[in-house]
Design a protein around this ligand. Structure first.
Ligand code: SF4
Ligand SMILES: [Zn+2]
Length: 273
């Protein structure tokens, strides 16, 4: 099992053509997926540093921070910390609730949190002069997202996904890689336990997205092979999916200057700076 996972990840990484000297920032949450991502990149000799956003969500965040610190010590990698309370004036729960109250649109917790985390990550990664960000997205996450987009009738929303983000190249946009793209969640859990990695296995207390939860339940009924097949078919359909999306032109947000498809980026739209 271990050798199988390692082989698959090696293959994905080889396909991304990464130079082992270039610096990769691993987005560490304290969970199993990002911890295994860092462990494997280090094991395969890549030049990595860790990045963790302390979301200030009580004991859960404290446990995640401790796990990330321990992992970076064990892997002997540098850790960069971003404390959301200090940098943005409130915990993720506080920021999210303010947005939900003022927008009145019933925005989902993870949708808001995801936009904010991506915005922070891109900006900080650029400041740290890394060439790529590695995240722990796994086969289950990717299968859920692809199927959700298909069922919403919007396959074009998957047009930038893949083991490497396929957005338009831009000097301000740091591309993201997903080394665990073809590894099933259950296998990652077992691997993290076998390697005794310091990991928080509890679910995030704010993970509320009813559609994704429904899709997760369905994807959990599939075998690893079936999930792999869904994503292999996604790869086959990819050229056609790309044709569905409107031509992508990257602008810079008029408020914060970050790369954005629109004049104002999603982060600034949410926080109404
Ligand atoms: S599960 Fe959702 S709310 Fe929790 S950290 Fe992840 S994106 Fe944020
Ligand atoms: Zn902006």
């Amino acid at each position: 099992m271990d050798a199988n996972i390692e082989l698959k990840v090696k293959k994905v990484l080889a396909g991304l053509g990464i130079n082992k000297k270039e610096k990769i920032l691993v987005a560490l949450s304290g969970g199993k997926d990002s911890s295994v991502t860092a462990y494997l990149l280090k094991k395969f000799g890549y030049n990595i540093e860790g990045f963790h956003i302390d979301l200030g969500m009580g004991d859960y965040s404290k446990n995640c921070l401790n796990a990330v610190k321990q992992l970076c010590e064990e892997l002997e990698i540098k850790l960069h910390l971003y404390n959301i309370k200090e940098e943005m004036g409130g915990s993720m729960c506080y920021i999210r609730t303010s947005i939900q109250t003022s927008s009145g649109k019933g925005l989902k917790n993870c949708a808001i949190c995801g936009v904010i985390k991506k915005w922070i990550m891109n900006k900080e990664a650029r400041n740290l002069k890394v060439s790529k960000i590695a995240t722990g997205h796994n086969l289950d996450d990717e299968t859920q997202t692809f199927l959700m987009n298909m069922m919403k009738g919007s396959p074009q929303l998957s047009a930038n996904s893949g083991a490497v983000t396929r957005n338009v190249k831009d000097r301000k946009f740091i591309s993201r890689i997903k080394p665990l793209f073809y590894i099933a969640e259950e296998d990652i859990r077992e691997y993290s336990k076998a390697k005794k990695l310091p990991v928080v296995y509890d679910k995030c207390p704010c993970a509320l997205d009813s559609y994704r939860i429904q899709m997760r339940k369905f994807v959990n009924t599939l075998t690893a092979k079936e999930k792999e097949n869904v994503m292999k078919n996604f790869e086959k359909l990819f050229p056609r999916i790309q044709k569905l999306k409107s031509e992508e032109k990257l602008n810079y947000c008029k408020i914060c200057g970050e790369p954005s498809r629109n004049k104002i980026c999603r982060m600034c739209e949410l926080v109404k700076k």
